[in-house]
Design a protein around this ligand. Structure first.
Ligand code: 5GP
Length: 186
């Protein structure tokens, strides 16, 4: 197997770096500390929205110094396109009772807000004590539906980003940094 930088996924010239690994790590630790302060004495369940939030989730839970339960749900994504269909479909649901729990939805990025507003309503109907959102990235310029994001890692410009869990057509989730994917084929 070649290890040449010509074939490196981490040095792809189409990806313009936005936040490096250290910057993300520092910010996620801060969010974890904030969540720790806010949820002392609560019955906290973090619900990771697959697949994009898996990296953020695994870093975030290790920065929360409280007893936490974790759950995973999967919703329909953009598929191989970079545009939202606006349609939310649950592909895998949480199997835990959320009654009286303090739910924190862990999402990779908020764009139009359609996914999160749908999920917030869904978990509220399940009689959670509270439903809040932690999102690693936020693109407020693109919002179609207002969502209250209690914990935001980084506000970013209106561009398509990849890395740190975020993909394009299934690729780039493993990049330890986040960057703007240029020359998008839509
Ligand atoms: P929303 O429902 O807020 O429009 O979309 C949320 C989902 O769209 C995110 O969880 C993510 O999967 C996807 N998404 C939105 N913006 C981006 C982006 O810039 N890059 C990537 N890779 N996915 C995005």
């Amino acid at each position: 197997m070649s290890n040449s930088s010509q074939h490196s996924e981490f040095n792809n010239p189409k990806i313009k770096p936005l936040f490096d690994q250290q910057t993300i790590e520092k910010r996620v630790k801060e969010l974890g500390q904030q969540i720790t302060r806010d949820y002392v004495g609560h019955d906290l369940v973090l619900i990771c929205v697959l697949k994009g939030a898996c990296i953020f989730m695994s870093d975030l839970i290790r920065a929360i110094d409280l007893p936490v339960a974790i759950e995973f749900i999967a919703v329909s994504s953009y598929g191989a396109s970079s545009k939202s269909s606006g349609e939310v479909r649950i592909m895998k649901d949480s199997d835990m009772s959320l009654k009286n729990k303090d739910v924190l939805i862990v999402e990779d990025i908020v764009d139009t807000g359609l996914t999160l507003s749908y999920l917030q309503d869904m978990f509220r109907r399940r009689e959670a004590n509270s439903v809040a959102v932690a999102a690693c990235f936020d693109k407020p310029e693109r919002r179609l539906k207002a969502v209250d994001v209690a914990y935001t890692g980084f506000v970013i410009p209106n561009a398509f980003v990849v890395g740190y869990g975020l993909d394009y057509a299934g690729r780039y989730r493993n990049l330890p940094f986040v960057g703007i994917l240029e020359d998008l084929q839509e």
